[in-house]
Design a protein around this ligand. Structure first.
Ligand code: ACO
Length: 324
């Protein structure tokens, strides 16, 4: 049987035009630019315009990833969309993106793993491609977290932003792909910690959308250890070592977490791709947005080994190693 591997063909990102600075937020709640910058590294974030939806952001990022790959929507037969802020309770936002792109074949569905969504979506698409069930996938992370924030809660509203990122993954025969492709993936969840980070509404409970609630310092305590263990598991799976990693493209929750994970793993600070200062935490969109930034400015080049990782609500966490 032919052995397939999933190879990155293109990356794209989209950020809404409106920018909200720390100074802007300091006019809304009792906070300061100095506190936000020191505790998180965030200086500003993008906010979707009125009427601009998650599917709008996701479609734009997907189109840019297709352009970067030199492909058209007709080349895609699978969309896996990671989002915790769907346009509607149903149908899946992925089907709305599918329609906006003009794709009428294959399958599209949403995946809910909050901030870890892009890692889980990559793993899901990879499994379909490796089994030969689909040819080319758009893996999208898109969020409008501004719509589920409690803008009177200074402990959460300063952290998040809106945006979308997308990657085109293509099935290639292992023998022809060389060393490229997804080398290792590790996923974990533990629902015992569901109350540390959740939204206090939903169709089946309150019949409302709800607002994000987080015990930030508790999440922080879990983050560094769990992420580091996951990265080591992915490395073992791929038979690779920390020194083999060229670029560390983490979920952008907090600069202190990124730096602490890099330090624990023994990764040089210069290998970290950080967009947290200008994007804030865009949940499932943060990894593909950061990857897009590093590909666009020439840091990440063909053949580099990229490490992605995330932790978020669930708790759900994971990592993947991709030779791009
Ligand atoms: N401005 C000023 N003061 C504030 C603010 C603010 N915006 N927010 C909280 N404070 C205060 C608190 O009230 C508290 O005051 P007190 O000591 O008088 O009670 C003090 O600052 C310290 O609060 P902590 O929550 O302990 O601060 P910490 O250093 O932990 O920083 C933060 C908070 C930034 C949220 C941090 O805990 C964090 O980044 N956690 C991880 C977040 C994360 O990774 N989430 C996962 C991904 S998100 C997802 O999955 C959707």
């Amino acid at each position: 049987m032919t052995e397939f591997v999933s190879v990155v063909r293109g990356v794209g990102g989209y950020l809404p035009e409106k920018v909200l600075t720390n100074e802007d937020i300091a006019k809304m709640v009792d906070t300061t630019d100095a506190w936000i910058t020191a505790r998180t590294g965030i200086r500003k974030r993008h906010i979707a315009a009125d009427g601009e939806t998650t599917s709008d952001l996701g479609t734009k990022a997907a189109q840019r990833a297709l352009d970067a790959a030199g492909l058209t929507p007709d080349d895609i037969d699978l969309i896996v969309m990671a989002t915790a802020t769907p346009d509607y309770t149903f149908p899946a936002t992925a089907t709305i993106v599918q329609h906006k792109l003009g794709i009428t074949r294959g399958a599209a569905f949403d995946l809910q793993a909050v901030c870890s969504g892009f890692v889980f979506a990559t793993a899901t698409a990879d499994n379909f491609l490796a089994r030969g069930q689909f040819e080319r996938a758009l893996v999208i992370g898109a969020e409008t977290f501004s719509r589920i924030l409690d803008w009177s809660d200074r402990s959460t509203c300063v952290l998040f932003g809106d945006g979308a990122g997308a990657v085109v993954l293509e099935r290639q025969e292992r023998a022809k792909a060389g060393d490229r492709g997804i080398k290792g993936i590790h996923l974990r969840t533990d629902g015992r910690y569901k109350d540390l980070l959740y939204v206090d509404g939903g169709p089946s409970t309150t019949q409302t959308v709800g607002h994000l609630r987080m015990v930030g310092n508790q999440v922080f305590k879990h983050a560094v250890g769990k992420i580091s263990e996951s990265v080591l598991a992915s490395l073992r799976q791929a038979n690779l070592a920390v020194n083999d990693i060229d670029w560390f493209v983490p979920h952008q929750a907090n600069q202190r977490i990124l730096s602490a994970v890099a330090e624990r793993l023994g990764l040089e600070e210069g290998k970290i791709v950080s967009t947290v200062a200008t994007h804030g935490n865009t949940s499932a969109a943060s990894i593909p947005l950061a990857l897009d930034a590093a590909v666009s400015d020439g840091r990440v080049k063909a053949g580099d080994l990229v490490l992605i990782e995330a932790i978020g609500g669930g708790l759900a966490w994971g990592s993947a190693l991709i030779r791009v």
